[in-house]
Unconditional design. Structure first.
Lengths: 130, 91
């Protein structure tokens, strides 16, 4: 049971963080608070993916040592178990780009809404639209 | 209304935690993600791309077109911000 908790607890932490962001997205009335919730949500996903890259047993960053040029200088065979998984890092670089793009467009839309209705509260905006 | 939101969040969290029960343990070197595809990238990256940093090799070389598409994403986001935020010039 203890091994089970130790093996899984980091997933649960990211799920709790993601649910905080999700609650802010659906529960809050202020549009900027919704955007903050969206950012927390995306950050939790990024942390989750980066944490899955980790390998126990002395694995280091995925930068091959003594490997300048075309690899003639790599005197030793490259052991995959001594470097952590590089693919989640690559995918999360792509996700960070998408995160910044969505955040920028969302903030621009919020500025536009504030200029027209002079408020950021969702119910007041809905009342002004009617 | 707040109770309904909280209930939705808790139910979603429970479903996600139920999903983690089948996931491999954290840091397991024999998990499918670290055994199936990534060893090829780690062992072949220096020979094929001459880049010691495997993340850079995958991002800029194996997935170069994906990175090119990312620049399109950033460009369209910037254009959308400009189009939303510009004010019309008064004549």
């Amino acid at each position: 049971m203890l091994d089970f908790i130790i093996g899984k607890y980091n997933y649960w932490i990211y799920i709790i963080l993601m649910m905080i962001g999700f609650y802010a997205m659906i529960g809050k009335r202020n549009l900027v608070k919704k955007i903050i919730g969206m950012t927390i949500f995306q950050t939790s996903i990024i942390l989750f993916f980066v944490s899955t890259a980790y390998k126990k047993g002395g694995a280091t960053l995925p930068i091959i040592e003594h490997a300048h040029g075309h690899g003639e200088h790599v005197g030793h065979a490259i052991e995959a178990s001594s470097y952590i998984n590089p693919l989640p890092h690559v995918l999360m670089l792509t996700a960070i780009v998408v995160m910044v793009a969505t955040l920028g467009v969302a903030l621009a839309i919020v500025i536009k809404i504030y200029r027209r209705y002079n408020t950021l509260e969702e119910d007041e905006i809905l009342k002004a639209i009617k | 209304m707040k109770i309904a939101n909280l209930l939705i969040v808790i139910i979603t969290g429970m479903v996600l935690i139920y999903g983690t029960l089948d996931m491999p343990d954290w840091g397991d070197p024999n998990s499918p993600a670290s055994r199936h595809l990534s060893p090829n990238y780690i062992s072949d990256a220096v020979e094929k791309t001459a880049t010691p940093n495997v993340v850079t090799a995958v991002l800029g070389d194996y997935r170069g077109y994906d990175t090119l598409g990312e620049t399109a994403v950033i460009f369209s986001a910037g254009m959308a911000c400009i189009l939303i935020l510009r004010r019309k010039r008064k004549k």
